[in-house]
Design a protein around this ligand. Structure first.
Ligand SMILES: Nc1ncnc2c1ncn2[C@@H]1O[C@H](COP(=O)(O)OP(=O)(O)OP(=O)(O)O)[C@@H](O)[C@H]1O
Length: 781
């Protein structure tokens, strides 16, 4: 649609129609220019232009409709118009319009006129474009004409030429035809392509519509989303506003604080300023002092150098003195060693009981316990903490011949004990017994000997002097010396503990008597002391191992044990003497001993019969008999029901009411138990005998342990005789005392065995049934 129609409607048709007229004229001109008359027009242009100029004035006075009418009607004018150039024609139209605009003064709106002018200009542009095309076409036609002319000339030449050339022409024609068919095919293909493209276009349309639909959907969701976002934005806005308010409050606070801080920092700054001034003055003062000090240090250096020289001289002097002191110290140590030796010799001469103290280590699982042992000296000093006491008494110092700490090995203990054991071969009686509370390591130290007392008798002949040597070694593993109140034993175990305690208190009595050098030593109060009589009083060498439990909970037991050991260490047995006798003397000694024992046994028999009398008259009460009245350190009551205690190695451990270590108390015990302790039940006695039958024999010869059957007594004749002698020596040789002998013969098992050279040894294994009671049969008899 023409845009001018839209703009001006029917009122403004006049310029449009004028333009249409002009256009049609131009179109006519254009059509005519394609024809062969173009050339005359262009050639005749100049003449017609002059003619047109002539008519120009009168045409200009006419209205537009008239002009077109004139152009149609007047053939001469028409020709002029046809022959006039388009530019001239348009100039005329312009002029007419301009004049009409001026003349009509508002009949034709200025706007329309202006647009008309624009249209005319556009036509002009087109016409100039068309003229360009015409020129080009003209040139093309000229070129074609020339080409055809040359072809015509060529064809004329060819026509005049031979028929072969005609054929060539025909061929060319055919080729042209073929080319034409190809072109047609190509066109068909292109048509097909167009169809395809149309189809694709249809598809694309469908896709576009789908996409549009999707776009609609997306638009919907987007709108929803944007709505939500808007709601959220509103909420967030509210929150933010709140926050802004809060921040504003904070800001106000912060401002206040800042102001305060500023004020504070201002005051601080002032203070620092003052301080700075102070420091500056102080630094000045210091630097002055430093200068002075430098000067002083220089002088001191000089003095030091001087002093160093003096000191080096003095050092040399001291070195010489020190060397002298070291020599003196070495001498002091040698003297100290000699003193120790001399002290030991004095001890030997006096016949003091040697006391070795041994502290067992904490057992596995006791690692967190505290120790009561505070100090172990190399010369036998021992400091023990006494938790029950305060102040000065909270520590107690003891001194013994030797103290073995928890780390001491069996080998170390044996090395120290070896010389004593060796002296048995020289005819000395040696007794080694271990004392201490239950579980303190007595058996461990006595090298796990399964029995309580092991006696080794060694007999030999000195080949040079023909003298007979008799030595005996008693190894005694005593029962635990724990208090009954601590053991909390009841029933059978309490009785057992009391019996065990008897033997320990009897031992205490003996040691107390020996320490007091009293005329009567109560050896016969227990089998233990009877067995040990030769070792405790017969100028024997006696060694006591005091075993200690390091646990602080056992400190009271430890203290009482050590007190007892202290007493024991004070006992002087007299210088040890070797049993080296001529044959005659020995026989006489044996006779004396035999007679002594017989007297003693007769006394005992009388005493027993005395006690038996009230029983026979119907009074059922305990009797006191030396043969049964003794208690011993170990009880082996096989077959008797008993509680399992803390014993190790199958031993029955006695937890006793009072430690025999406490000599003050032990005498009291001795009195009390000498009567009560002798009561033995028939059952216990039987059990004891049964056990003894099953017991095995251990043989020890120079530290070697041999075992043998109890029944297979393979002693040589001398050995057999020795056994009898030993029984006599121990005071059990009375043949009249049937019960006691049977008890001892079962209890003391011996075996002789050859040792090196002429020395024979007898080993005895002794068990003491503390709970064995007097058999009813014997009482009745
Ligand atoms: N020196 C030691 N080194 C390592 N363990 C030891 C030592 N002394 C003792 N023991 C251990 O401590 C425990 C108690 O020792 P032992 O049985 O010899 O005590 P005891 O005094 O003979 O006891 P009881 O009075 O009950 O017969 C045992 O397990 C033993 O192995």
């Amino acid at each position: 649609m023409n845009p001018y129609t839209e703009l001006y409607g029917s009122e403004n048709r006049e310029p449009y129609s004028l333009s249409g007229v002009l256009n049609s004229n131009v179109a006519e001109l254009t059509e005519s220019s394609e024809g062969p008359s173009i050339t005359p027009i262009s050639h005749a242009g100049d003449n017609s232009h002059d003619a047109f100029q002539l008519k120009q004035k009168c045409i200009g006075d006419l209205p537009a409709a008239k002009i077109s009418e004139l152009m149609k009607l007047n053939s001469t004018e028409q020709l002029i118009m046809q022959q006039a150039s388009t530019r001239s024609l348009l100039n005329v139209a312009n002029k007419i319009l301009d004049e009409s605009i001026e003349r009509k003064n508002g009949d034709i709106s200025k706007r329309v006129a202006y647009l008309l002018k624009e249209v005319v200009r556009d036509i002009e542009r087109r016409i100039s474009g068309q003229s360009e095309v015409f020129k080009k076409q003209n040139n093309l036609h000229k070129a074609r004409e020339e080409k055809y002319q040359s072809k015509i000339r060529a064809l004329e030449i060819l026509a005049m030429g031979a028929s072969e050339e005609n054929e060539v022409a025909m061929n060319q024609l055919r080729q042209l035809k073929a080319a034409k068919t190809k072109i047609e095919e190509k066109r068909k293909l292109e048509e097909l392509d167009v169809v395809k493209l149309m189809e694709e276009k249809a598809l694309s349309d469908v896709q576009i519509s789908n996409l549009k639909h999707e776009l609609e959907l997306l638009k919907g969701t987007y709108e929803k989303h944007s709505l939500q976002m808007e709601v959220q934005a509103k909420e967030t806005k509210v929150e933010l506003e709140k926050k802004v308010m809060e921040f504003e409050c904070l800001l106000a606070d912060s401002r206040k604080k800042v102001e305060e801080l500023e004020a504070f920092s201002e005051s601080k700054y002032l203070r620092w300023k003052k301080k700075e001034l102070g420091y500056k003055s102080f630094i000045d003062f210091q630097s002055r002092s430093l200068q002075e000090l430098r000067v002083a240090s220089e002088s001191i250096k000089q003095e030091i150098l001087k002093t160093q020289k003096v000191q080096s001289k003095e050092f040399n002097h001291f070195g010489l003195k020190l060397k002298g002191l070291v020599d003196a110290a070495q001498n002091y140590h040698t003297v100290l060693e000699e003193n120790r030796k001399l002290y030991n010799e004095v001890q030997d001469l006096k016949g003091n009981i040697r006391v070795y103290c041994r502290i067992r280590p904490f057992l596995p699982g006791q690692s967190e316990k505290h120790t009561a042992i505070e100090y172990i000296g190399e010369s036998g000093e021992l400091v023990v903490a006494n938790s029950s006491k305060q102040g000065k008494d909270s520590h107690r110092l003891f001194k013994f011949n030797k103290v073995f700490g928890p780390a001491a090995t069996q080998e170390e203990v044996f090395v120290d004990t070896q010389p004593l054991i060796r002296s048995v071969l020289d005819g000395f009686n040696v007794c080694i017994f271990a004392y201490g509370q239950t579980g303190s390591g007595k058996t461990y130290t006595m090298v796990y000997i399964i029995c309580s007392v092991l006696t080794v008798h060694v007999r030999g002949t000195d080949l040079k002097t023909n003298a007979v040597l008799r030595g005996s070694l008693h190894l005694v593993d005593l029962a635990g010396s724990e208090r009954v109140d601590r053991s909390e034993a009841t029933g059978d175990r309490l009785r057992e503990a009391q019996h065990i305690n008897k033997s320990l208190s009897a031992l205490g009595d003996v040691i107390f008597a020996l320490a007091q050098k009293s005329s009567h030593v109560p050896y016969r109060n227990s089998k233990l002391t009877q067995v040990l009589q030769s070792s405790l009083g017969g100028q024997a060498k006696t060694l006591m191992f005091v075993q200690l439990n390091p646990d602080v909970e056992s400190s009271s037991e430890t203290i009482s044990t050590l007190k007892f050991a202290e007493r024991v260490s004070g006992v002087e047995l007299g210088a040890a003497r070797s049993n080296k006798e001529g044959r005659g003397v020995r026989e006489l000694m044996e006779q004396v001993a035999f007679l002594k024992d017989t007297v003693v046994k007769k006394d005992e028999e009388i005493g027993r019969l005395r006690t038996l009398k009230p029983n026979l008259s119907g009074e059922k009460r305990g009797i006191s008999s030396p043969s049964y009245g003794s208690s011993s350190p170990r009880r082996h009551s096989i077959g008797t029901p008993r509680e399992t205690g803390t014993s190790s190695g199958g031993k029955s451990l006695g937890r006793v009411e009072k430690a025999a270590s406490d000599v003050d108390n032990s005498s009291e015990y001795s009195d009390r138990h000498s009567e009560a302790g002798s009561q033995q039940s028939l059952d216990d006695f039987r059990h004891h005998k049964e056990f003894l039958r099953q017991s095995r024999l251990a043989v020890v010869d120079r530290g070697q342990i041999l075992t043998g059957d109890v029944e297979s007594n393979t002693a040589v004749q001398d050995g057999g005789r020795n056994l009898t002698e030993d029984f006599e020596l121990l005071g059990f040789g009375d043949a009249d005392s049937e019960e006691r002998l049977s008890d001892i013969s079962d209890g003391v098992l011996s075996m002789g065995t050859e040792t090196d050279g002429s020395i024979n040894s007898i080993v005895e294994f002794t068990l003491f049934p503390e709970t064995a009671k007097q058999p009813v049969e014997s009482i009745e008899k």
